[in-house]
Design a protein around this ligand. Structure first.
Ligand code: NAP
Ligand code: GCO
Length: 266
């Protein structure tokens, strides 16, 4: 009974930006539950390497290069998925970029680029796959949000604007599509050890100390931590969860800025 709740056999999943980091862990978890998994990224070359990495663990994935921020490119990519693999049952909008530049130094074009990929991208891809889900009266959409969906932080204005928008785009999709048996939810990863966070985690960077001190679990998250949450939101076990933002963050959003170990006074 419990196993069948998480069985994704017969489903087709698309994970944007699924070639490494968080997206790759999500793709692995969903593939291990039995779904046929399509992995998207920006370049054929990078995707070839990712496919080989999946294969090392015995996981076969289908790869499709397209730019999530370009409507034509998304339409071509999804049409190919539909022809080669099948119509998408589970969409994970994971592709994203970040620019860590203070507002006064950030060119407006760069601000717009982050919004295009991190916010407009999920809209474009969802808009392309939702009609078939609505017709089937079944579908799961998971939008990868952030702590920055609800908090600001120095130097990440475009990212915070995009991820804050994505939280409410998630809510709005649920309001429009829940009646067709689509579940649309967000995941808010805390600080996860991936290529995206390498510049603020490695080489004795002070941000590493901040993450370690403020995260009650006392560690960075792993991509797998997010993969298992995505599996829950892809499965029957979450059929009445809708428009929710699930933080998977080692407790950092529960903490009012206290430093772990130093504030255990009462
Ligand atoms: P990552 O390792 O940098 O991976 C980002 C992925 O997005 C890459 O596969 C990249 O593809 C893809 N991508 C970027 N622009 C794209 C575009 N225009 N079209 C298609 N794919 C595109 O980052 P990550 O840390 O795994 O993050 C994954 C998601 O989680 C992002 O949305 C990020 O904002 C979010 N997140 C991360 C953290 C964290 O602590 N790491 C925390 C909260 C939220 P290429 O490899 O081809 O460039
Ligand atoms: C940064 C940001 C965050 C985190 C993540 C937190 O890297 O500078 O503060 O982007 O990576 O999104 O949820």
């Amino acid at each position: 009974m419990i196993d069948s709740l998480f069985d994704l056999s017969g489903k087709v999943a698309l994970i944007t930006g699924g070639g490494h980091g968080i997206g790759m862990a999500i793709a692995k978890a969903i593939a291990q539950a039995g779904a046929k998994v399509c992995v998207n990224g920006t370049s054929e070359e990078k995707l070839r390497k990712s496919k080989a990495e999946f294969a090392e663990e015995g996981i076969e994935v289908f790869t499709f290069a397209f730019d999530v921020s370009n409507e034509q490119s998304v339409d071509d990519g999804i049409s190919k998925i539909e022809a080669d693999v099948g119509s998408v049952d589970i969409l994970v909008n994971n592709a994203g970029i970040i620019k860590r530049v203070p507002i006064l130094d950030l060119p407006v074009a760069d601000f717009k680029q982050v919004l295009d990929i991190d916010l407009v991208g999920p809209l474009i891809v969802s808009k392309r796959v939702a009609p078939a889900m609505i017709e089937k009266r079944a579908g799961k959409i998971i939008n990868i949000c952030s702590l920055m969906s609800v908090y600001g932080r120095y130097s990440v204005s475009a990212y915070a604007a995009a991820k804050g928008g994505l939280k409410l785009l998630t809510a709005n999709m649920a309001c429009e599509w829940a009646k067709y048996n689509l579940q649309i939810n967000g995941i808010g990863p805390g600080y996860i050890a991936t290529a995206q966070t390498a510049p603020i985690r490695e080489g004795g960077h002070p941000f590493n100390d901040l993450v370690m001190a403020r995260t009650p679990a006392g560690r960075w998250g792993t991509p797998e931590d997010i993969g298992y949450a995505a599996l829950f939101l892809s499965s029957k076990a979450s059929d009445f969860v809708n428009g929710h933002l699930l933080f998977v963050d080692g407790g950092i959003t529960a903490n009012f800025g206290y430093v772990a170990g130093e504030n255990e006074v009462h």
